[in-house]
Ligand binder design. Structure first.
Ligand SMILES: Nc1nc(=O)c2c([nH]1)NC[C@@H]1CN(c3ccc(C(=O)N[C@@H](CCC(=O)O)C(=O)O)cc3)C=[N+]21
Length: 303
C-alpha cells in the first residue's frame, strides 16, 4: 500500500490567517476598530507557554489588539472572576480566553460561565455549547480545536462528509463532544469512543474518519486504521527524548504516526497538524465576536 498523504496543518493555518488578516484590515479601514483578544493565564503551566507565544504572534500578524494577563498560581478565585468581569465590560476586548487547566482551588466552570457568551472565543460557555449541540453552529462560537479539525477534514475530503463513519476517540468538553456535534451536523454517522469502550480497535476499524483526542501518546495503532481512512490526530504529548540529547523532549500525537501512515489515506502530523489550526480558529472566532459586538453582518464561513 502507498503511504498516506500528510495533511499540512501549518499551511492551511497560514491560509486561514491570511484571510483573517485581510478581513481584519478591511474592518479597521471601514470602522476604525481592531478585534481585541484577552488571554488570562493563572500560574505558569509549561505546556501553555508555547501556545500563548504562538497565539500572541498570530494575533499580531492579524492586526488584532492582543493583551495577556498573567496571574500568580495562588490568585484567589474572586480575583480571577473580577478580572473576567472587567474584560466583559471592556469595549476594546471582543474575545476572552481563560487558559485551561486552572489551579485546583479555582472552579473552572464558574469562571467559564461568567465570560459573556459573545466574548467566549473558546466556545466553552453553556450558551455556545447549547447552540452547537442544537445544530445552530452558525450562531455559536465553536471550540477552536474541533473547528480546525473540521477545516482540515473538508480540505482533505471535500465539503460533503455526509454518510461517512466518524469515530471520535475521547469525550472531553473541549474536543471530543464538540467534535462529535460538528461531525453529526455534517451528517456523518458518529461514534464517540472512550476509556470504557469495548474493543476499541474494532470500533476504530469501522471509521472513514478517525479523530484521536485522548491525550495518550501513540495509543492508536496502525492496524486499527481502515485502509484509506482520514486520521486527525489532536494529541500533543511531550515525551522525553534522550536520543536527541540530555533533557530533550519530542512531541508525539495520540496516533502511532509511523504505523498509521502505512494504512491511512491521509493523516495529520504532530507537530504541524491540528495545533496550528487551533490558533488560526481562535483568530477566526475573535473576528467573528468583534463583528457581532459591532452589529456588523456575518462574513462567509471558513468551514
Ligand atoms: N482555554 C484554553 N483554550 C485552548 O485552546 C487551550 C487551553 N486553554 N489550554 C492549553 C491547550 C493547548 N493548546 C494548544 C494549541 C496550539 C498548539 C500548537 O500550536 N502546537 C504546535 C507547536 C507545538 C510545539 O512545537 O510545541 C503544533 O502542534 O504544531 C499547542 C497547544 C490550546 N489549548
Amino acid at each position: 500500500m502507498s503511504e498516506a498523504r500528510i495533511i499540512d496543518g501549518k499551511a492551511v493555518a497560514e491560509s486561514v490567517r491570511d484571510e483573517i488578516s485581510a478581513r481584519s484590515a478591511a474592518l479597521l479601514q471601514s470602522s476604525g476598530i481592531r478585534p481585541g483578544l484577552a488571554v488570562v493565564l493563572v500560574g505558569e503551566d509549561p505546556a501553555s507557554q508555547v501556545y500563548v507565544r504562538n497565539k500572541d504572534r498570530t494575533a499580531e500578524a492579524c492586526g488584532f489588539h492582543s493583551v495577556k494577563h498573567t496571574l500568580a498560581a495562588d490568585t484567589p478565585e474572586t480575583d480571577v472572576l473580577a478580572l473576567v468581569e472587567q474584560l466583559n465590560n471592556d469595549p476594546a476586548i471582543h474575545g476572552i480566553l481563560v487558559q485551561l487547566p486552572l489551579p485546583r482551588h479555582i472552579d473552572e466552570s464558574k469562571v467559564l460561565r461568567l465570560i459573556k457568551p459573545e466574548k467566549d472565543v473558546d466556545g466553552f460557555h453553556p450558551v455556545n455549547v447549547g447552540l452547537l449541540t442544537a445544530g445552530e453552529r452558525s450562531a455559536a462560537l465553536v471550540p477552536c480545536t474541533p473547528a480546525g479539525s473540521l477545516v482540515l477534514l473538508k480540505r482533505t475530503l471535500g465539503q460533503d462528509l455526509s454518510g461517512m463513519n466518524a469515530v471520535v476517540i475521547g469525550r472531553s468538553n473541549i474536543v471530543g463532544k464538540p467534535m462529535a456535534s460538528l461531525l453529526l451536523q455534517e451528517s456523518c454517522t458518529v461514534t464517540i469512543a472512550h476509556s470504557r469502550t469495548r474493543d476499541l480497535p474494532a470500533v476504530v476499524r469501522t471509521a472513514d474518519i478517525v479523530v484521536a483526542a485522548v491525550g495518550r501518546p501513540e495509543m492508536v495503532r496502525g492496524d486499527w486504521i481502515k485502509p484509506g481512512a482520514t486520521v486527525i490526530d489532536v494529541g500533543i504529548n511531550r515525551l522525553p527524548a534522550p536520543e536527541l540529547g540530555e533533557g530533550k523532549s519530542r512531541l508525539v500525537g495520540d496516533v502511532a504516526f509511523k504505523e498509521a501512515v502505512q494504512h491511512a489515506g491521509a493523516i495529520t502530523p504532530v507537530p504541524g497538524g491540528v495545533g496550528p489550526m487551533t490558533i488560526a480558529m481562535l483568530m477566526v472566532n475573535t473576528l467573528t465576536a468583534a463583528r457581532r459586538q459591532l452589529n456588523l453582518p456575518e462574513e462567509a464561513p471558513l468551514f
